[in-house]
Design a protein around this ligand. Sequence first.
Ligand code: NZQ
Ligand code: ZN
Length: 387
Amino acid sequence: MENFLYSIPTKIYFGKGQIKNLATIIKEYGNKVLIAYGGGSIKKIGLYDEMVKNFKDNEISYVEISGIEPNPKIETVRRGIEICKDNNVEVVLAVGGGSSIDCAKVIAAGVKYDGDPWDLVTNPEKIQEVLPIITVLTLSATGSEMNKNAVISDMATNQKIGTAHENMKPKASILDPEYTYSVPKKQTAAGTADIMSHIFENYFNHTKGVDIQDSTAEGLLRACIKYGPIAMEEPDNYDARANLMWASSWAINGLISYGRSAPWVVHPMEHELSAFYDITHGVGLAILTPHWMRFSLDDITVNKFAQYGINVWGIDKHLDKFEIANIAIDKTAEFFKKLEIPSTLREVGIEEEKLDIMAKKAMNPYFKYAFKPLDENDIINIFKAAF
Ligand code: NZQ
Ligand code: ZN
């Protein structure tokens, strides 16, 4: 296990009715709030009205930015910063899924920055002071509610870039699984695939002596495999929604990545698909993952794939290790099919002639340190296999 600094400062208020704490949480940081939310799902589920009433009762004043789009855009970040500056906002409250939270994070950082906020996306080291961020999560997927990351797009230049800073970690997040009862099947499936992909990116790694991180990762994967389909069939199954919600945070809050390091590879590949075609992040990941796994399986990586097959899928450990690995990869692909996620890039509207440029843009020199090192040609081949 490698050295690490443990730092997860976000307070989590988990469970039914935790919204009752929101006013008290906000008042620790200020009285003027920006509410940042998406296309209106929070109004449909009554959450918006509940919050606003709570603010009035507690003399908290608020302004808002709505219409934050899935795969949030830099223009929306700019709009949010202006609203904050014009109204002397003290606290940024994100209500929604990863897109609203990510957008809110860069707004909160941008208020304290003199230049254009795109600088903060391309150069995270320019992020310094950040307004306090609080979140109310309504979709289990990205883990943004408990981490330092934000992913912002500029569709004019086909760029989708992740930025990160310790100061962008939310001060507190309210995780009430009941708010996710209304998440449609497609988003429930995509969210489950996203959570699993975060776990895979951390788990498929050569660092030795990380039993705690590995067994935690395997338990999280088993929970996703158990509860993803249940949440799709029974949207108001509390335990299914609760397990997915907590798995969303754990998959990417540091607990399973501390003590080991390696570049993520499937995410950078998927971000190019979204940057060019604005597709749903989790869907792109589910399409690419089995092909990335098949590409990655070799003599050096086979033991880890076999470990995954035995501990996550319960495959007989007496079989040949390559057989176990291949069955595990097949089961992963079948699982995403069971979640009714498309299994080819063409099904989500991606055009073959764009594969080369997307592969070129996804390529990163750090990929030579990946679980299975890969170059631009390998990425093209993974895209082609997924096409
Ligand atoms: O906009 P509204 O009306 O709220 O509808 C949203 C949106 O259409 C809807 N939704 C959310 N909660 C709902 C609901 N519908 C019904 N009931 C509810 N309770 O779901 C749709 C998708 O929402 P979005 O926030 O876009 O989804 P997600 O949470 O998957 O976020 C995706 C974004 O996060 C980035 C992705 O790249 C993408 O841009 N990521 C962020 C990460 C991070 N910050 O750590 C890591 C991830 O790997 C990822 O890259
Ligand atoms: Zn993701």
